[in-house]
Design a protein around this ligand. Structure first.
Ligand SMILES: [Zn+2]
Length: 194
């Protein structure tokens, strides 16, 4: 923890010295995309995409779970998605899953979440497998990602903008071991490297 504090304490010196960028005036109020991914510390959106400050609007949840849309149901995820689409007007939303995902492991082997009942409940009530869960963990993680995309498509504003051709959804899968990022093709169900 101390190294994190030390870095934060001196960060302003790096900004003023030009070695780091604190904010991008060009993209400050208009991020290029919304990036939805897992809270996992191994997944760093700006590292994967090369995005600079101001270019990505992020939503991070355990297991990159997007709850089903329900009218009148208040969730942080729904509010964040609404803000990105309605207020910021993002044209692209990336939902990014990853290998070695503890949430997916917990979804497949629920006993691993015995000491985290809230997390277990969250994963169970927001995620129904489309079919029998895959045996291989990586297949399960990809199926999990596709399930989140399906739920996101049903958010009313997202659905309207998709229908109008004003929004694009991207399903990415990040391999933390290799750094390879694959893209999901809804028409074939295949994942191919970007
Ligand atoms: Zn994860």
């Amino acid at each position: 923890m101390q190294s994190l504090i030390d870095h934060a304490r001196t960060f302003h010196q790096k900004v003023s010295g030009g070695r780091e960028q604190a904010a991008s005036p060009r993209h400050g109020v208009s991020p290029q995309a919304m990036f939805v991914t897992c809270s996992d510390a191994q997944v760093i959106p700006s590292l994967i995409t090369g995005a600079r400050p101001g270019e990505l609007f992020e939503l991070r949840t355990a297991g990159n779970v997007i709850p089903p849309y329900r009218l009148g149901r208040l969730t942080a995820e729904a509010a964040t998605i609404e803000y990105a689409v309605n207020i910021l007007g993002v044209r692209d939303v990336i939902v990014c899953g990853h290998t070695r995902c503890g949430a997916v492991q917990g979804r497949v082997r629920s006993w691993t979440l015995r000491s985290a009942p809230t997390t277990r409940w969250w994963l169970l009530q927001t995620h129904r497998w489309r079919e029998a869960p895959a045996v291989a963990e990586e297949d399960a993680a990809r199926a999990h990602l596709v399930a989140q995309l399906d739920k996101l498509r049903r958010y009313p504003r997202v659905a309207r903008r998709l229908a109008a051709g004003r929004l694009r959804l991207h399903g990415w899968f990040y391999e933390v071991e290799t750094g390879v990022v694959s893209n999901y093709h809804p028409d074939t169900g295949a994942f191919t490297p970007l």
